[in-house]
Design a protein around this ligand. Structure first.
Ligand code: FUB
Ligand code: ZN
Length: 678
């Protein structure tokens, strides 16, 4: 499908108007517009309500305290002090930055997450705290807008990765533009949530400095970000301000990849982006770049960008993505390797990379309007992303492998804290992925309890959604406000209901189940016919009518336990099967099982049962659905002595909460003794 350029309301995909700065209202936007997080309130006692509560009570306070404890704020204070000292002719100080030149971003990312929370849970104390941090940040900004503490605190002796002068080290590791990207993302969230321009103005000043200094002009430098994110952030800044120079700068960064001195697969600079066809290199850099490419594709309609990002997605989702939606097969480059190389124990699947996968797929949905992207997004969200944070919100995984012999445990923080701070900003932003609007269509993409208050076709529309998803597939939508004009609810029918594990042949269901679904309006069931696919549009069931307050839509998805096989070329998963239910990938842990889960065999005819369970973490109970079946233990190495035992499986996201031990997602199906000895 072509990306049509919609002449749409200024603040389509993510944003609310910034009237003072908006230059004209006829700028292009995404073909489909995401409903911003500001218009979705998640119910407290629900799957995502609990996650957001943990963010509020644990994750974000922890991250702010770590920023304090690990001298992240001191970096800003030293930068400000250095400028003051220099102004009075004192050059005696020798401040040293903390470990990484991107440590500033943990501050920006935590403010971003806290801002999303403020929107839902106004909190004067938190707002005042953020304000005080922003005072420290603002004081570190150089007069022309440059804000990078790793240099400003000691210009003649900056961080080792920074390069001698501004931008000199950007392509190889300074992260000056990575810092800009996270600053802009955080500032926009803060502005949207609070209406305050305090952070936004700081970010705009730095963005303007970058636009002045990096470009094609005679006094400018042409260079590209060594770690992407500025591209997608500047595209967002364009949507918020209406100032096209930010989109142009984002496109300049992408257009020049592979054309500057730097040529390396690691940061995707091996080729110009529009010639790229495979997901390569460092997975977070890649995911952020693909998101930026999708932004540019959608916002400019540039066919070469659309073609390239579609090809890369085919390769990534068709050959290089884990069942959990995780990406990155090795820690060597924290990234991609070869087609079908998806090792489980040594797989990397950095939490940030799964988040980047969500960003990419979300933007591709906004570009193409196809639910297959939300299917991938949902898979990453419920598995590879939330496995990165403990149920209580206080400990984090950096890599998220699919197999362990107990060597992996979540940690309360890391020296390189990109993953915890990304969790800070991502979890509270989830409501912003639930709905989208195009003309008089409302897309219901995610199933989560809460209230939506938005506009469809320019007219107010409100609805509540109630569900226990992903524990079951029953969802109730109740219309609370509608103009009475005809409009369509586009209800996403997830791939997992339609017998598609993923929208490629990388993973397939190996049982012969045929789950079905039903949708009724005010008690009257919609006739789906023999082939429900026929009436779906891009994976959505369109339900058009003149909605009125009190109308009720009931959705039911069968949610049987499913067996999944990987493509035969994935050597690691050969003779193995994974177990899923709805969007959730399951795993077996040592603590629930009397046999070794690394060598246990799941027979072809295993019958599964589900049961509700509460997992206790730090005295609090976390509800989830467990699965049991009968498997055999071939630990003896002799198939004739295989013993049956009750195999218990829990959601993958909940592993590693009860001590250290074996964990397995891809269970053995081969009754012969294991060739690999563990
Ligand atoms: O370079 C910034 C972040 O540090 C990357 O995104 C992570 O993979 C970690 O290397
Ligand atoms: Zn990370």
């Amino acid at each position: 499908m072509k990306a049509s350029i919609c002449i749409a309301a200024a603040l389509a995909a993510f944003c609310m108007p910034l009237s003072a700065a908006t230059k004209g209202s006829d700028k292009p936007s995404y073909p489909t517009s995401g409903v911003p997080f500001t218009q979705v309130k998640v119910g407290e006692d629900s799957f995502w309500g609990r996650r957001i509560r943990q963010s509020r009570e644990v994750t974000i306070p922890l991250a702010f305290s770590k920023c304090e404890e690990t001298d992240r704020y001191t970096n800003f204070e030293h930068a400000a002090a250095k400028m003051a000292e220099t102004a009075r002719g004192d050059n005696s100080s020798n401040y040293r930055p903390t470990q990484f030149p991107f440590d500033d971003t943990d501050v920006y990312k935590t403010i971003e997450g806290a801002s999303y929370l403020l929107q839902t849970y106004p909190d004067a104390k938190l707002q005042a705290y953020i304000d005080s941090v922003l005072d420290i940040v603002a004081a570190a900004q150089e007069p022309d807008g440059y804000l990078y503490t790793a240099r400003t605190m000691n210009p003649s002796h900056p961080h080792d990765w920074s390069g001698k002068t501004r931008w000199a080290g950007e392509e190889t590791g300074s992260h000056e533009l990575y810092n800009l990207g996270h600053m802009v993302e955080g500032a926009i969230a803060h502005y949207q949530a609070t209406g305050s321009r305090k952070f936004l103005d700081i970010a705009i000043r730095y963005a303007d400095c970058v636009c002045r200094e990096i470009g094609y002009g005679p006094d400018q430098k042409v260079l590209v970000p060594g770690h992407q994110i500025a591209e997608m952030a500047l595209a967002k800044l364009y949507l918020v301000t209406g100032d096209k120079k930010y989109l142009d700068e984002a496109k300049l960064f992408l257009d020049n990849k592979g054309k500057t001195a730097r040529r390396d697969k690691y940061d995707q600079s091996h080729l110009p982006v529009i010639e790229q066809t495979e997901a390569v290199g460092h997975a977070v850099r890649a995911g952020y770049m693909y998101s930026g490419m999708a932004d540019v594709a959608a916002l400019t309609g540039d066919e070469s960008y659309i073609h390239a990002i579609d090809n890369i997605w085919d390769n990534m989702v068709g050959r290089r993505m884990y069942l959990t939606g995780g990406i990155g097969s090795t820690g060597r480059n924290e990234g991609f390797t070869e087609d079908y190389d998806l090792p489980n124990m040594n797989g990397y699947c950095e939490t940030c990379a799964a988040i980047a996968n969500v960003y990419t797929n979300y933007r591709l949905f906004l570009l193409h309007g196809d639910s297959k992207y939300i299917d991938v997004l949902e898979r990453a969200l419920y598995n590879g992303v939330i496995s990165g944070v403990s149920l209580d919100g206080g400990a984090f995984f950096y890599p998220n492998p699919l197999e362990s012999h107990g060597q992996h445990q979540r940690q309360p923080w890391f020296g390189c804290a990109c993953c915890p701070s990304n969790i800070c900003r991502f979890i509270p932003s989830v409501p912003g992925y639930a709905y989208a609007v195009r003309d008089n269509k409302l897309f219901v993409n995610l199933f989560l309890t809460g209230r939506l208050d938005t506009k469809v076709d320019g007219k107010p529309f409100a609805m509540t959604q109630t569900t226990s998803y992903p524990d079951n597939g029953d969802i109730c939508l109740k219309i609370e406000k509608s103009s009475g004009k005809e409009m369509t609810l586009n209800i996403r029918i997830p791939g997992w209901v339609r017998n598609q594990v993923v929208p490629t042949d990388l993973y397939t269901y190996s049982d012969h189940l045929k789950p079905s679904f039903s949708v009724s309006v005010n008690g009257v069931q919609i006739t789906l016919g023999d082939d429900s696919e026929q009436i779906l549009e891009n994976g959505y069931l369109p339900v058009m009518r003149k909605w009125k307050k009190g109308d009720v839509v009931e959705i039911h998805f069968d949610m049987p336990v499913r067996r999944v096989r990987a493509h035969r070329q994935v050597a690691e998963d050969r003779n193995r099967v994974a177990v899923e239910r709805g969007p959730i990938v399951y795993c077996a842990e040592w603590i629930d099982n009397a046999a070794n889960v690394l060598t246990a065999v799941l027979p072809e005819n295993a019958v599964f049962e589900t049961q509700s369970m509460d997992m206790e973490v730090e005295g609090r109970q976390y509800p989830m659905t467990a699965i049991t079946t009968t498997a055999t233990d071939n630990w003896s190495g002799n198939p004739s002595s295989n013993r049956p035992f009750t195999l218990k499986l829990i959601p993958y996201y909940a592993w590693a909460h009860r001590g250290s031990g074996n964990m397995q997602v891809w269970l053995n199906t081969d009754p012969q003794p294991q060739r690999r000895n563990r």
